[in-house]
Design a protein around this ligand. Structure first.
Ligand code: SF4
Ligand code: SF4
Length: 301
């Protein structure tokens, strides 16, 4: 039996502008609980962890036991720019510690897949290519960097303005290829089997009070709570749950049904769709250019 579960547990923000995280002891104990649960249910289990990387060193020795086969680590750019937004309470930057943790991890775990997600807004977008070169120099092909275009949902973001439209993201990706020969996975849409966690039966974000959400964007919004891990019935708002899961599904969207990218694209971000924002993937706006780039890359191999 195999099933896919996605749990995201979000800790309280200790301080404005700082990334929330769970202490390693909690991560390890929750992961062991889940592992034992899957074993008892005879469910095959693979674990990918998303982390800011700062306490990664404290997880390394348990990675094999926890069956973690992939780690995604977020960075905001090269050392100078990353440390401006991702620092400790005392102002000390976190970049060097994260890089040192990755080195430590790679020296002990040869088969783990490490992806670096760089959060991109307009203010740090110039640092993607420099970060690419830093990581190449340090880790070669052992670490993969990908861009993640961030959005300010709460209105309190201090990181700078965002790339809102798909065409802006597409031009950015094309430019870093044309000007710097940096090819990212977003250039060519890969085959997907089902949409994001909003549309997956067993995927939830768990808030600091145990409340359940279906989408990362909903975290902290009372009106988007669909249940609680402490409620005997777990799900407390079935109509909201089904609304989120089904109402904006790709299959019901005429634009998607006519789109050449469907079903390669799983229908974009359904939360953006529900807010009438641009929800298409970047490839939609510059597909021919992206196909040319993809073809050129294939010819190199
Ligand atoms: S690119 Fe846009 S229109 Fe096409 S399938 Fe994806 S979300 Fe739908
Ligand atoms: S709706 Fe958008 S933000 Fe929410 S989980 Fe899906 S892709 Fe992510």
């Amino acid at each position: 039996m195999a099933a896919k579960f996605l749990f995201t547990i979000q800790a309280k923000k200790e301080q404005k502008e700082m990334m929330p995280y769970l202490i390693p002891k909690t991560v390890i104990s929750v992961s062991f609980e889940l592992l034992h649960l899957f074993i008892s249910l005879i469910i095959s289990h693979k674990d990918t962890h998303f982390t800011n990387g700062f306490h990664l060193n404290r997880l390394i020795d348990t990675i094999t036991d926890l069956k973690i086969n992939g780690i995604h680590i977020t960075l905001d750019g090269t050392k100078e720019i990353h440390n401006q937004t991702r620092h400790l309470k005392n102002g000390k930057g976190t970049f060097e510690k994260i890089i040192s943790n990755i080195k430590d991890l790679l020296s002990k775990q040869k088969n783990i897949s490490i992806s670096i997600r760089m959060n991109i807004s307009k203010s740090n977008s110039d640092y993607f290519v420099p970060l690419f070169h830093v990581l190449q120099k340090e880790f070669g092909r052992n670490v993969r960097l990908y861009p993640a275009f961030v959005r300010d949902y709460g209105g309190g973001c201090v990181s700078g303005s965002c790339f809102e439209m798909g065409i802006m993201k597409a031009k950015y990706l094309k430019n870093i290829y044309d000007e710097h020969n940096v090819y990212t996975k977003d250039i060519f849409p890969r085959r997907t089997y089902k949409g994001c966690m909003c549309q997956k039966m067993n995927a939830f974000v768990i808030g600091p009070e145990g409340e359940l959400y279906k989408c990362w964007h909903h975290l902290g919004l009372d009106k988007k709570v669909v249940g609680s891990i402490f409620d005997p019935h777990t799900i407390t708002n079935f109509s909201l749950l089904s609304d989120i899961m089904i109402k904006d599904d790709t299959i019901l969207d005429n634009k998607c049904r006519k789109c050449v990218l469907f079903p390669s694209c799983y229908g974009g971000c359904v939360d953006e769709k529900s807010r009438n924002k641009d929800y298409c993937i970047p490839a939609k706006s510059m597909l021919e250019d992206f196909l040319d780039i993809h073809y050129a890359e294939k010819l190199k191999k």
